[in-house]
Unconditional design. Structure first.
Ligand code: AMP
Length: 507
C-alpha cells in the first residue's frame, strides 16, 4: 500500500544519523529521531480514533515535534490543519467548528480553554504540545504501537490551510498529496536543493511558506534545517556560518540590511536567499545586493496553489518581478470581468492551472466554483502583467484596486512613486469611500528615520509624475504599517482606520 507524499519523503531520508533539524543551541535532531517520533505519533493518532481523511488540527508554537506531528498526520492518512497561534479562542471556535477535526493539539497554556471548546463541539481528542516537547501529546503518545503506513493516493487530502481572510470569513484550502509533492519536487530542482543544504528556517510553520515551501523542500532534498522560533537578525547573523541558504519574507531582508554584520564576507559561503509571501521592494533587493553581492531570488505563490512563479536560479533575478511560471505550471493573465486572455503587457488577473492547484475550499462549493474557470484555471485575484522578457510583475490584489471617478488605480504604481520621494521609507495606497468619486485614493506613509516630509510635500512631489486621478487626495503618516505574521501589509486595517476621511462635509 502506498502513501503518495509520505513515501516520497521517506524515500528521501539520506541516512538515519544525518541532522534533519538543528536548534539554535546546537541540539541536533537526526532523520532517525524525527521519523521515530513520526511513527509513534502516527500510531497514537490512529489508536485515538483518527481515520483516513480526518482532520488533525494544531495550534502550537513552532517545534521539531510539531513538524513530526504534521508528518505523522500524513502517515496516518489524515489531513493536517495548522492554525496561526495569533487566533484567539472565538476565532479558534470558528476554525474548529468549520473544519470538524477529530484530533486537536494546542499549546499547554491554552489547553483548558481548548478542551472546553472541544467538549462543546463533540467527540474530539485534545492534546497539548509546548515548544520543548512539554504538554500531554508526547507523554500520551509514548509506547503507541507502530502501525502500517496508511494508503493515500495523489488526489487524497493531505492538508487544509485557512487563507488569511482579510475579506470575509477565512476559507479552508484543501491541498492534496500531489499538490504538496509536485510543488516541493519542482522547487527542490528549480532552486537546486540537495542533501548538502542547511537552511536557516525562521518562518512560522502554520503557513504555506514555512511548512510547505521550506520544510517540505528540505526534507525532500535530504537537507538540514536550522529551526528558529522567530526571526532575530542577531541570531541569524550568528548562525549564518552554519547555513547554505535562507528563505524569508521581505521584512527579514529589510531588517538584515540594517544589521552591521551583513557583509560579503559573512555571506560568501551562502548559496541562496529567497523571498516571498509579500512584495520585496526593489530598494531592499538592491541594498542587499550591494551589501552582500547576492541577488535575492523572489518567488510568488499562495496558500491555494503553493508556489506559482520564481525568478531564475541562473540568469537575471529582477527586482520587483516574481519571475517565470515554474515548470509544469500554466499561468495566464486574463480580464477580471470576462475571463478573456490579455496580450503581453496588459494588466489583468493572474490565473493558474497545474498539479499545484488546490482541490476546493472546504465545505464551500459555491466559493470554489466562483474562483475557477470552466477550463480548470484558478483565479488568483492577483493583478499582474508580463513584461517583454516574460517576467511576471504582481501589481496588487484585485480587491485592493481603487476605483475613483470610474478610473482604475493600481496602488502599486502610486506606492512606487511615493516610495521614491526622499524622506519616505514605504507607503500603502488604499481606496476610501468618497461622496463624489466613489473611492478616494489615499496614501499612508512611513517616514525615513529623522525625515520630516509633510503631506503637502508628498502631494507636490507627485504632481506631474502621476495622472491627476491617481494622485492621493490625502496623505497620512504612521510609524509603521500594520503587517501580518508573513509581512503582508494589512490594507483592510488601514481602510477601517481611515474609513471616515471623506465623509460628507469633511471632503
Ligand atoms: P498567502 O496565501 O498567505 O500565502 O498569500 C498569498 C498572496 O500573497 C498572493 O495572492 C499575493 O497577493 C501575495 N504574494 C505572495 N508572494 C508575493 C510576491 N513575491 N510579491 C507580491 N505578492 C506576493
Amino acid at each position: 500500500m502506498s502513501n503518495h507524499f509520505y513515501d516520497a519523503l521517506v524515500g528521501a531520508i539520506p541516512s538515519r544519523d544525518k541532522s534533519a533539524i538543528e536548534l539554535a543551541d546546537g541540539k541536533r535532531i537526526s532523520y532517525g529521531d524525527l521519523y521515530a517520533l513520526v511513527e509513534t505519533l502516527s500510531g497514537h493518532l490512529i489508536r485515538s480514533g483518527v481515520k483516513p481523511g480526518d482532520r488533525v488540527a494544531a495550534q502550537i508554537e513552532k517545534s521539531w515535534q510539531g513538524l513530526a506531528l504534521y508528518l505523522a498526520s500524513l502517515r496516518a492518512g489524515a489531513a493536517f490543519l495548522p492554525l496561526n497561534t495569533a487566533y484567539p479562542l472565538p476565532e479558534l471556535d470558528y476554525f474548529l467548528t468549520d473544519s470538524d477535526p477529530s484530533f486537536v493539539v494546542c499549546r499547554p497554556e491554552t489547553e483548558k480553554d481548548v478542551r472546553g471548546l472541544c467538549a462543546k463541539l463533540g467527540r474530539i481528542h485534545v492534546e497539548s504540545l509546548g515548544v520543548n516537547g512539554d504538554g500531554t501529546l508526547l507523554k500520551n503518545a509514548g509506547g503507541a504501537p507502530i502501525q502500517p503506513v496508511v494508503a493515500r493516493g495523489p488526489d487524497d487530502l493531505a492538508a487544509i490551510l485557512y487563507t488569511s481572510g482579510t475579506t470575509g470569513r477565512s476559507k479552508g484550502a484543501m491541498l492534496t498529496h500531489e499538490n504538496l509533492y509536485s510543488n516541493a519536487a519542482v522547487l527542490k530542482d528549480y532552486w537546486r536543493f540537495t542533501g548538502k543544504d542547511v537552511l536557516l528556517h525562521a518562518l512560522p510553520i502554520f503557513h504555506t511558506h514555512g511548512l510547505f515551501v521550506a520544510s517540505n523542500v528540505l526534507l525532500l532534498a535530504g537537507g538540514t534545517m536550522i529551526y528558529l522560533q522567530k526571526f532575530d537578525p542577531d541570531q541569524i547573523m550568528k548562525l549564518m556560518p552554519r547555513a547554505t541558504s535562507m528563505m524569508g519574507v521581505p521584512t527579514f531582508y529589510v531588517r538584515l540590511v540594517e544589521h552591521p554584520g551583513l557583509t560579503k564576507e559573512a555571506t560568501k559561503h551562502m548559496r541562496l536567499f529567497t523571498a516571498g509571501s509579500a512584495p520585496l521592494l526593489a530598494e531592499t533587493h538592491d541594498a542587499f545586493k550591494t551589501r552582500t553581492g547576492h541577488a535575492i531570488l523572489e518567488r510568488y505563490g499562495m496558500t491555494e496553489t503553493g508556489m506559482i512563479t520564481s525568478n531564475p536560479y541562473d540568469g537575471d533575478r529582477i527586482a520587483g518581478t516574481v519571475g517565470f511560471p515554474l515548470p509544469g505550471i500554466e499561468v495566464r493573465i486574463a480580464d477580471a470581468e470576462t475571463g478573456r486572455m490579455l496580450p503581453q503587457g496588459e494588466v489583468g488577473v493572474l490565473e493558474v492551472r497545474g498539479p499545484n492547484v488546490f482541490q476546493a475550499y472546504w465545505r464551500m462549493p459555491e466559493k470554489t466554483k466562483a474562483e475557477f474557470r470552466a477550463d480548470g484555471f484558478f483565479i488568483t485575484g492577483d493583478v499582474s502583467k508580463v513584461d517583454e522578457r516574460g517576467y511576471i510583475h504582481i501589481v496588487g490584489r484585485s480587491k485592493d484596486l481603487v476605483i475613483t471617478g470610474g478610473y482604475n488605480v493600481y496602488p502599486k504604481e502610486v506606492e512606487s512613486e511615493i516610495d521614491a520621494i526622499p524622506g519616505i521609507n514605504e507607503s500603502a495606497v488604499i481606496g476610501l469611500p468618497h461622496p463624489d468619486f466613489g473611492e478616494g485614493v489615499t496614501a499612508v506613509c512611513v517616514r525615513a528615520k529623522d525625515a520630516s516630509v509633510t503631506e503637502a510635500a508628498v502631494l507636490k512631489a507627485l504632481e506631474g509624475r502621476l495622472a491627476k486621478f491617481k494622485q492621493p487626495k490625502r496623505v497620512f503618516f504612521v510609524l509603521e504599517l500594520p503587517r501580518n505574521a508573513m509581512g503582508k501589509v494589512q490594507k483592510n486595517i488601514l481602510r477601517e482606520t481611515y474609513a471616515g476621511t471623506y465623509a460628507k462635509g469633511l471632503a
